[in-house]
Design a protein around this ligand. Structure first.
Ligand SMILES: [Zn+2]
Length: 404
């Protein structure tokens, strides 16, 4: 059987030079999460591409600054760039949300800035995560204008400016997108195996800020109450391994104290937890709250960001089966895998939108100076995504017209 989106693959295979140039043009704009000007420039470049899809609306949407905690435990917020949202046929009976992000983990002063091209392999910041995926998404949408069924699909393309720092400022836009769509297609990079993510763990970022009593370490040690000692006990208590299957606790940063002859009155630690289920999340939040409460020092517990776990559901398994099947028909293999990483697909799933989130470009080394992407993968993966969309749409029309 020939897959109906084979012509898309063939057409894109003829345009690899152009696709390469487009990915490079996006990746050469620095768009570190805390570089709003760069993120907005990248958004403008992407808007040029999206304009050609004739969306009904195309908006650059400012979002709130993203909360941060400094080394003294003081909360503040740092500005981030704008989100980009394009919508077409918002009143169509079947709607899809395509999602990705403009930001990367590479700040403007990171040495990894430029893109090198060797054959069809790009080495550069954000080429896989997820600028190559954004180009791929654009091609899927462009394809909809060339097929009869495409005209029946309503779509939203939502590209957030702050995914790499937890999408805290974009949660409202993600919820709106989830409410408006029937399925979601995300363009995070493919897994290293070229597979797609199935279940994803949830991620919680929390801080413990401990305040003790300062005293002279020689003359009055007994009058002091060490914040470092108190924090160390909390870290040991919370990070003790294997307390609950599927839950990991990592204290990744610690700061505090000062002069060595002073009992320290301040210490803080940052933690990242990964959880498999909403029950896990409640369990770990409870453990942190208890630990803070039971310490004999003044302990402040600050949650900065949370991504809920993305769990396997029958609807998700159905979509994943479509992905694998469409890939097989195109002569390739895309296998679903559970992963500990998380992304906007977690938030969309928690808001009720079934989605496959790692349909972007094949590549690897993401979040490092070895990040690469294979432009050759775009034709194949775009054809897979278009076929998944075609099937989901067809199924929706059958369920409307068929027996209830
Ligand atoms: Zn990403």
């Amino acid at each position: 059987m020939t897959i109906t989106t084979e012509p898309l693959r063939a057409a894109l295979a003829d345009r690899l030079d152009e696709l390469t140039a487009t990915v490079v043009s996006l990746a050469e704009i620095n768009s570190g999460s805390y570089n709003p000007e760069g993120v907005n420039r990248c958004g403008e470049r992407l808007a040029d591409i999206v304009t050609r899809l004739s969306p009904d609306t195309l908006e650059s949407i400012p979002v709130d600054p993203s909360p941060v905690l400094d080394a003294n435990g003081i909360r503040s917020a740092r500005p981030v760039g704008n989100a980009l949202r394009a919508v077409k046929r918002a009143d169509a009976p079947f709607r899809v949300c395509l999602f990705g992000h403009l930001d990367t983990v590479f700040a403007p002063d990171d040495p990894f800035q430029s893109v090198t091209v060797a054959d069809r392999r790009l080495l550069g910041p954000g080429v896989a995560d997820c600028k190559g995926g954004l180009v791929l998404a654009g091609e899927v949408l462009r394809h909809l204008d060339t097929v009869a069924w495409g005209a029946e699909i309503g779509w939203e393309l939502l590209v957030v400016p702050d995914e790499e720092i937890g999408s805290i400022s974009s949660k409202g836009l993600l919820r709106e997108a989830a409410d408006a769509a029937d399925i979601g297609l995300g363009f995070e990079p493919a897994l290293p195996s070229s597979g797609v993510a199935a279940a994803r763990k949830g991620s919680l970022i929390g801080h413990l800020v401990v305040r003790g009593v300062a005293a002279h370490a020689g003359r009055a040690h007994h009058e002091g109450r060490s914040a470092i000692l108190g924090l160390a006990a909390l870290v040991a208590r919370l990070e003790a391994h294997n307390q609950r299957p599927g839950v990991t606790v990592n204290c990744g940063r610690i700061s505090g104290g000062g002069a060595l002859n002073v009992v320290p009155d301040f210490a803080m630690a940052g933690f990242n937890m990964r959880v498999e289920s909403p029950e896990d999340q409640r369990w770990i939040e409870q453990r942190f709250a208890e630990a803070a409460e039971e310490s004999d020092l003044d302990v402040e517990l600050i949650w900065i960001s949370t991504r809920p776990p993305k769990v396997r559901t029958a609807a998700l398994d159905h979509m994943l089966a479509d992905v694998s099947d469409a890939a097989a028909q195109l002569g390739t293999e895309i296998t679903p895998e559970d992963t500990g990483g998380c992304c906007d697909g977690n938030d969309l799933a928690a808001a009720g939108l079934t989605n496959v989130d790692s349909l972007g470009i094949a590549g690897g080394g993401i979040h490092s100076s070895a990040e690469f992407a294979d432009v050759d993968s775009i034709p194949q993966r775009a054809a897979v995504v278009a076929e998944v969309l075609r099937r989901a749409h067809r199924r929706s029309t059958e369920s409307v017209g068929g027996p209830t």
